[in-house]
Design a binder for this molecule. Structure first.
Ligand SMILES: [Ca+2]
Length: 132
């Protein structure tokens, strides 16, 4: 089972310190989606906004990378610059072989309205265990 549904008004989670994390946000929604990631010190790592993709091909509204630090990150997922918060299902998972973690990803999917299909935005934050 995954976590949620929970409000997108601030979800706390941790990343492995020192990893080079890369993120993407995709939408499949008519409403203007809003995603903001805040680091443990309160600095905004990224903000992504946009709509589209309702034809079935998700619309990527942001991507990038950052170096993860220790502590809890907070992600906000909603619409219209945070005027309303989406319902979010999320989880972290790793690809492991022989007891070694090679790759980890935390994924958040959200629902922005009265639907129940959690297909309005998806955020992926992932990293290889090794750099280089
Ligand atoms: Ca939906």
């Amino acid at each position: 089972m995954s976590i949620g549904p929970v409000s997108g008004n601030g979800i706390s989670f941790a990343l492995s310190a020192g990893k080079s994390a890369f993120w993407t946000v995709n939408t499949q929604a008519a409403y203007n989606q809003y995603v903001k990631l805040v680091d443990p010190s309160g600095n905004v790592v990224f903000t992504a906004t946009g709509s589209g993709g309702t034809n079935g091909t998700p619309n990527q509204i942001g991507s990038g990378n950052f170096t993860a630090v220790a502590g809890n990150y907070t992600i906000y997922i909603g619409i219209n610059n945070g005027a309303q918060w989406n319902q979010v299902i999320w989880d972290s998972d790793s690809l492991v072989n022989g007891g070694t973690v090679y790759y980890s990803v935390t994924t958040f999917i959200s629902e922005d309205g009265g639907g129940t299909d959690y297909n309005d935005s998806v955020v992926s934050i992932s990293y290889f265990n090794s750099v280089g």
